[in-house]
Design a protein. Structure first.
Lengths: 406, 254
């Protein structure tokens, strides 16, 4: 069974909407900026969603916005999906059918540190006071809050899943959705990822881990790369069978041609140095296709010293040296669990518009990277096959092959 | 509910002891010294090497249970890994040390608090730590997924059933852990709370209907004996049901 993507919605550091992402990538802009939180932590900058919700859990707003745009874009005059119901006000119950499914990679939940202030007596936290607080005191978010919010907004009572696969989550969500459709267990799946770790715990924790760029510039594959810039956002997709899409006259954005999920089985805090299982994930994704048929690879490309060398090695082995390769993390930061999903959206743009995003921040390729057809500035060229990589902290690897046709 | 191997730990002990306790209706719940709900904690600590130190105690138990399966019989080729993580809870012993110096979220929190934490403290905050160490310890490098939230156990079982059903994996290892005996949970509810960790290896004998039936069969007894086991409850129920069937035991009392 052919599985296709028929809807897409995005929230990124460029703003809300796929068109906004396209404009930013086409103009080769960099969306990183500085605010009070990162300055307080001594972090040069972050890639925040502009005009994002000040609410306690921004993941929810990102997920809802992306889901609404996705379903609206998936609608058509003959569609079973209700375009009016997804316009942003109050999505109606017809947005998804009961046998459709929702799967969102949710990243980590947020600890509401300010809420602890009145409970802290200098030696401990008075949780009994928290229990009796009016209004109720929210000490922590819930990891699956975006899933519950989207289900509630869409009136969806069918299967719903919250996955937590770190930075590989967005790609894994799409691949699982494709598996469910292919196996006939779901007619359509609204899938994707939403995440924000731009909070004291998230940003502070990553700072302690030493993964954030001290220079404040994310430079994937560059000789001067020194780490990532924290981003946030969401991207959602509607995945269904090609037969279903054709029957309702939907626009097909891309075919899901293959996918691979592996894990390094190496260390919780570092990728396999030779990218052995990252390569394996790409090879599984390319199981039915020659590596040389890949026109473009959207690399995970974090701008960290360890990731980029390992990934470059893995790409060279699995795909070869001819395919165009770029990373958009220099432009929109690393949106953690949402990163792979946002990058899939960039790949859909690449297939549809022939827009190969540039690698913002890349000036001088590190000699350790080796031969790779890295794209520095955006290019326009027709593409038929694109591969999107997403690798998670702890050794999760996911690759998805998308194409304009089988 | 047919599994190839299963290993759990609860307040009652291992799989056989837990089955005995639930079938006999012998409650292991006891008063908590500070909070209203009665509790049934897992008191033993797992034999955890240093590399596990950034996992919570209950996650260490889950890893130990999975490792015991692996040591008894190495994981077959093409084994997928499906992990149910508990709703993430604060690691208070670590956080309190940081908060002692913390004034507010925007008042140089790093200098006042977070900066005092271990550089790898973040590993405790990430939901994929258990999955990562399971992969390394059990040499599992194939299909993998971690689920989060209060229904993560059911989600992990469903994902495993789908992967087995589609033939994407030959075997599925489902691992989960939850410990509800923490302040944030205890202050918010009246019901008894428990803790458990479980690891189950399946080949083809897993379907969601059977898992649901197992949960309905065992949940009342589990809650009366061990309290609410949260997200890991479906895994414990499946383990018990498989054990009951293989041992030719009767169903637990309603």
């Amino acid at each position: 069974m052919n599985v296709v993507v028929t809807g897409v919605g995005v929230v990124s550091a460029f703003g809300s909407g796929l068109a906004v992402l396209e404009d930013g990538l086409r103009a080769h802009r960099v969306a990183t900026r500085s605010g009070p939180l990162n300055e307080a932590l001594g972090v040069p900058c972050v890639a925040e969603v502009p005009d994002g919700s000040p609410g306690p859990d921004r993941r929810i707003d990102f997920a809802l916005s992306a889901a609404r745009e996705c379903l609206a874009s998936a609608s058509s005059p003959d569609s079973m999906l209700d375009a009016d119901a997804t316009s942003g006000s109050a999505p109606g119950p017809t947005a998804l059918a009961a046998h459709d499914a929702i799967l969102i990679a949710c990243g980590v939940e947020r600890a509401m540190l300010p809420a602890f202030d009145p409970l802290w007596d200098g030696t401990g936290v008075d949780f009994e006071r928290a229990a009796g607080a009016t209004p109720p005191l929210l000490l922590r978010g819930s990891v699956d809050a975006p899933v519950r919010a989207v289900c509630e907004a869409l009136g969806h009572e069918g299967p719903a899943f919250a996955s937590s696969n770190a930075c590989a989550g967005g790609v894994i969500a799409l691949l699982r959705a494709a598996r469910w459709v292919r196996s006939g267990r779901a007619e359509r799946v609204l899938c994707g990822a939403a995440d924000s770790m731009i909070d004291p715990m998230g940003l502070g924790g990553m700072l302690r881990l030493g993964t954030l760029s001290a220079s404040g510039v994310c430079r994937p594959f560059d000789a001067r790369r020194d780490g990532l810039v924290m981003g946030e956002g969401a991207a959602m997709f509607l995945v269904e069978s090609e037969r279903s899409a054709r029957a309702r006259g939907a626009t097909v954005w891309a075919h899901v041609l293959g996918g691979g999920v592996t894990q390094d089985a190496y260390r919780p805090s570092a990728p396999h140095p030779e990218g052995r299982y990252a390569e394996a994930a790409m090879r599984v994704a390319l199981r039915d296709h020659d590596g040389s048929s890949v026109d473009y690879v959207n690399a995970h490309g974090t701008g960290t010293p360890l990731n980029d060398v390992a990934e470059a090695t893995a790409i060279r082995r699995a795909v070869g040296e001819a395919a165009l390769v770029s990373s958009i993390k220099g432009a929109i930061g690393h949106a953690m669990a949402a990163s792979g999903a946002i990058e899939i959206a960039a790949c859909l743009l690449a297939l549809r518009e022939g827009l190969v995003p540039g690698t913002a921040g890349l000036e001088t390729v590190d000699h350790e990277i080796g031969p790779l057809n890295l794209v520095q500035a955006p290019q326009e060229t027709p593409l038929r096959r694109v591969l999107c990589n997403a690798f998670g902290f702890g050794g999760q690897n996911a690759s998805v092959l998308l194409g304009t046709s089988r | 509910m047919k599994w190839i191997a299963a290993s759990i730990v609860t307040a009652a002990g291992d799989l056989e002891s837990t089955c005995d306790a639930v079938r006999s209706g012998r409650s292991l719940l006891r008063p908590h010294p500070m909070y209203r709900p009665r509790v049934a904690p897992v008191s033993a600590r797992p034999d955890a090497p240093r590399s596990w130190r950034f996992l919570s105690s209950i996650d260490q138990h889950a890893l130990a249970e999975a490792r015991s399966l692996h040591r008894a019989s190495p994981m077959p080729p093409r084994t997928g890994l499906y992990v149910a993580t508990h709703p993430l809870r604060a690691d208070w012993p670590t956080l309190l040390k940081a908060m002692e110096h913390q004034r507010s979220a925007h008042d140089a929190p790093h200098a006042h608090g977070l900066g005092r934490m271990h550089p790898l403290w973040m590993l405790r905050y990430l939901p994929t730590g258990l999955q990562s160490l399971l992969g390394a310890e059990l040499e599992l490098s194939g299909d993998v997924a971690t689920f989060g939230g209060p229904t993560s156990g059911a989600q992990a079982l469903a994902a495993a059933a789908r992967a087995l059903g589609s033939g994407d994996v030959g075997h599925a290892l489902v691992v989960g852990a939850d410990d509800r005996i923490v302040p944030e949970v205890l202050v918010a509810q009246e019901a008894a709370c428990g803790a458990a960790a479980a690891a189950l290896l399946f080949d083809g004998g897993l379907d969601t209907a059977a898992a649901t039936e197992a949960l309905h069969t065992w949940r009342p007894g589990l809650r009366a004996t061990l309290g609410d086991l949260g997200s890991v409850e479906p895994l414990v129920a499946c383990a018990l049901e498989g054990f009951r069937q293989s041992a030719g035991l009767g169903r637990p009392p309603p």
